[in-house]
Design a binder for this molecule. Structure first.
Ligand code: SF4
Length: 389
């Protein structure tokens, strides 16, 4: 639905249209906002952004659509802040029209006039691809008559720049952008105080596929990375057991498997016995970890000890905090210190980590502090005393 593994070149407008591209947009315009919202809801489309919560897309769109007027904004979020994620880069460089079509469909659903594509500033090839696609679409009249303008905005490559309220901050001119305290939600009070839908670029490409095919949104782009034979970006059906992704799709690990971090290195680990868990937002959240931006990071190899990836993760917890909330900044630094002492065998360090994990839960302007707290707790639960030495 989202990518074509047989191809290695950029899908231009002509090729996309031959495959039914922009048919979904035509349907959206013909059937109107209520029908689009119903179709996206029926398809069960959930957000593919970095939080890994999989928020229902229709709920967000309905909230923005319910506000009268047309001074509303839709933003395709291609900040891809997670250091190991590559799926948004792949979509933006190879399949830019799928993102643009989804963006315009969202615009139709909420009656917006102004759309943005927010692309990581260091992704020069993605920026060029999106700009070329907009030029192709305008020249061919692919969205003629829609009265919607698309602007490209370069996203700062700072840790929190992809968080949805920080996206608003960046476009309003704040640098570095920082997450804002909620409520109110960005969807109700967003860019310049107006209703704003911020969706990850994959979410929008999936919305275009849903409107084109009428089929459920049943796949997710996974960045498979770390100690695995065939790393890369795969489009995987939701519900696939993680073990199948690592072993069948990725060719397995070149050595004994220690753990898999399903939402990238900053997410909580799953031990080898837990890999029957499905690729699913809710199942992974219930297990105490998170799908995050679907970066499956595999840790394996003869002689590898859990203490090393544990300390790497703790370094990421610290570097990923934007530093705006004092507790998050201090707490992530304390967790790193506790992780290093745990590995050295200090008796009190485990208790310190448990305490900081408790203090961080539910705190801060964004979910980050909670995510880190959950990850810390999971490392302790999965590996216990094996983290020392
Ligand atoms: S919780 Fe952490 S990452 Fe989120 S805004 Fe506060 S300091 Fe920044």
């Amino acid at each position: 639905m989202l990518i074509d593994p047989g191809e290695s070149t950029r899908e231009d407008l002509e090729r996309y249209v031959k495959r039914g591209g922009y048919l979904g947009l035509a349907r959206a315009v013909r059937d109107g906002p209520s029908a689009v919202l119903a179709a996206v809801e029926r398809a069960g489309l959930r957000g593919r952004g970095g939080s890994g919560l999989g928020e229902p897309v229709a709920r967000k769109w309905r909230e923005a659509a319910a506000v009268p007027g047309t001074t509303k904004f839709v933003i395709a979020n291609g900040a891809e802040s997670h250091p190991e994620s590559r799926k948004d880069h792949l979509l933006m460089t190879r399949y830019p029209h799928r993102i643009l079509e989804g963006l315009l469909i969202a615009g139709v659903a909420v009656r917006a006039r102004q759309c943005f594509v927010y692309v990581k500033e260091t992704y020069n090839d993605a920026l060029a691809s999106i700009k070329e696609a907009i030029a192709e679409g305008l020249a061919a009249g692919a969205w003629a008559g829609l009265e919607m303008e698309i602007t490209v905005f370069e996203a700062p490559a700072s840790p929190a720049a992809g968080e949805e309220s920080a996206v608003i901050d960046a476009i309003e001119g704040f640098n570095p952008p920082r997450p804002r305290l909620r409520p109110p939600s960005v969807t109700s009070v967003g860019l310049y105080g107006r209703p704003t839908v911020v969706n990850n670029v994959e979410t929008l490409a999936a919305a275009a596929a849903v409107m084109r095919t009428g089929e459920p949104a049943g796949t997710v782009l996974v960045t498979l990375t770390g100690d695995v034979r065939r790393p890369g970006v795969y489009e995987v059906p939701l519900g696939t057991p993680l073990r199948a992704i690592v072993e069948d799709w990725g060719g397995g690990a070149p050595g004994p498997l220690l753990c898999v971090l399903p939402g990238g290195s900053a997410s909580g680990p799953l031990g080898p016995a837990e890999l029957e868990l499905p690729l699913d937002y809710d199942a992974l959240w219930r297990a105490g970890t998170s799908l995050g931006p679907a970066v499956l990071s595999v840790v394996a190899g003869a002689g590898r000890k859990p203490g090393d990836p544990f300390q790497d993760a703790a370094r990421l917890w610290t570097s990923g905090s934007c530093g705006q909330c004092r507790l998050c900044q201090e707490g992530t630094a304390e967790l790193l210190d506790a992780a290093q002492r745990i590995v050295q065998g200090a008796n009190s360090a485990r208790e310190d980590m448990e305490l900081w994990a408790l203090r961080l839960r539910g705190k801060g302007n964004c979910l980050y502090a909670t995510m880190v707290a959950r990850s810390a707790a999971r490392w302790l639960r999965v590996f216990g005393n094996e983290l020392s030495g």
